[in-house]
Design a protein around this ligand. Structure first.
Ligand code: ARG
Length: 457
């Protein structure tokens, strides 16, 4: 026990089980040791402990690390409040009283913040790598589909034709913003809390810059009270996970639709689908559904920590121990989802011709005819009205737009000539788009080149 001397009775067993965070903060094992080694070195540097004492402490910590990694040391959550007390107690077992010097000028408040920050920085890097990996997978698919025509939807109603590449590039854009959010969260994490003590720093001449440097933090927190009690960096990370998962969830929804019999646009590889125990014909997109499902718990984690923080008076309160599980959970869910999505997308088989015929003369080309009228000088509102009549006529005749003759068009408005019929050709529909950001295959190829350059750096 780190603090027992003034207590006459030990903690009630149930209270111990209730309050111990060891079963989850064991995750921070490596980072806690890292932080302690940096602190011990600093204590020796400024002369608070002897360098041989620091060496003893560090080698003891290494031994604990080795034992844990080999499975030879497994602290009991019913005996220790948290990973920090478990490690300190084991260090005392190994090296004796000198272990007690390690905590000079340090509180678990700055210790825990330091460990979580070290953990999160590493995790953010992993997430960032996986985001790039997924972008690359999507880009690779996009390269082959700049001319693969498909319906673009609004309100889940056919709106205008687009290409599959164009659709995928939309997700690459989302991932790019997701990367920025992860970097932002990492930046907020990159400030050292070590040396802040319990709330108000220390009377000991601790060298905070030194520990920050060893641990790889960019800077040192300006206000000890804020440093040990703020969890904005965790909320920033959780929110980055939120939006990231929301984007993945939208993509899974599309994959689920596209792979249905009704769409028949893609097939997901066997490696990422499952069968039904009852219906032999089934091939279910379970991995996609699980990603979509996991977005729920990730959003919940954000609200959970935000609610924990709300109303906490400065500075440390034990409530803050509740900060870790949501973060561990969201980090795992998001990282796993990114990796599974990258793997799964790598197996999809695209039926590139699926919509070629179906979209020939499709009503989704009606806007092109309205644009044709605009170029003839007709105000758009009127063009829209005229084309509405063209669509009605086709519907009445139970025809597609390209089945209409020039006489049909002229019966609605004499301004039409033969060139108007070109608007109903699906083969040139994408090429006719001229604006930047549109699915014109040339523009999309340019975007693909830009992404290739960007993602190769
Ligand atoms: N397990 C605690 C946590 O995760 C460690 C800090 C305890 N500090 C304290 N003053 N009781 O927040």
């Amino acid at each position: 026990m780190l603090w027992g001397s003034r207590f006459e009775k030990g903690l009630d067993n149930e209270a111990m089980a209730f309050s111990s965070s060891l079963y989850f903060d064991i995750n921070l094992f490596e980072e806690d040791i890292e932080g302690s080694i940096a602190h011990a070195k600093m204590l020796a540097k400024v002369g608070i402990i002897q360098s041989h004492e620091a060496e003893k402490i560090c080698s003891g910590l290494f031994k604990i690390k080795e034992a844990y990694v080999k499975g030879n040391w497994n602290p009991d959550p019913l005996k220790f409040e948290d990973i920090h007390s478990a490690i300190e107690s084991e260090l005392t077992n190994l090296i004796g009283d000198v272990a007690g010097k390690l905590h000079s000028g340090r509180s678990r408040n700055d210790q825990i913040t330091t460990a979580v920050k070290l953990w999160l920085k590493k995790k953010s890097d992993k997430v960032f790598e996986s985001q790039i990996k997924l972008q690359k997978v999507l880009l690779n698919i996009a390269k082959n589909h700049t001319e693969t025509i498909m319906p673009g939807y609004t309100h889940l109603q056919r709106a205008q034709p687009i290409s599959f590449a164009f659709h995928l590039l939309a997700y690459i854009e989302m991932l790019e913003r997701d990367k920025k959010r992860i970097l932002f969260a990492k930046e907020a994490t990159d400030i050292s809390a070590l040396g802040s003590g319990a709330i108000a720093g220390s009377t000991l001449p601790l060298d905070r810059e030194f520990t920050a440097k060893i641990l790889g933090f960019k800077s040192v927190g300006n206000n000890a009270m804020d440093s040990i009690s703020e969890r904005d960096f965790l909320l920033d990370f959780l929110n980055a996970c939120n939006l990231g998962m929301m984007h993945l969830s939208r993509l899974t929804e599309e994959l689920i639709n596209w792979s249905s019999k009704e769409w028949g646009f893609i097939k997901i590889g066997d490696q990422y689908t499952t069968g039904s125990s009852l219906m032999p014909q089934k091939k279910n997109p379970d991995m996609a559904e699980l990603i979509r499902g996991k977005s729920g718990r990730v959003f919940g984690n954000y609200i959970s920590l935000l609610t924990t923080m709300k109303g906490l008076p400065l500075s440390y309160n034990r409530d803050l121990q509740e900060d870790k599980e949501p973060v561990f959970d969201s980090a795992r869910a998001y990282l796993d989802s990114l990796n599974i999505m990258a793997g799964m997308m790598g197996t999809i088989n695209v039926n590139a011709d699926r919509f070629k015929k179906e979209l020939e003369g499709d009503f989704s080309l009606a806007t092109d005819l309205a644009d044709w009228l605009v170029l003839k000088g007709i105000p758009f509102r009127e063009s829209h009205h005229i084309v509405g009549k063209v669509v009605n006529l086709a519907e009445d005749k139970n025809k597609k737009l390209n089945d209409l003759t020039i006489d049909d068009l002229k019966s609605i408005n004499t301004i039409f000539d033969k060139s108007a019929l070109k608007c109903f050709e699906i083969s040139t529909a994408l090429q006719r788009k001229v604006t930047y950001g549109s699915p014109n295959p040339k523009l999309v190829s340019g975007q693909i080149e830009n992404w290739e350059l960007k993602l190769s750096n």
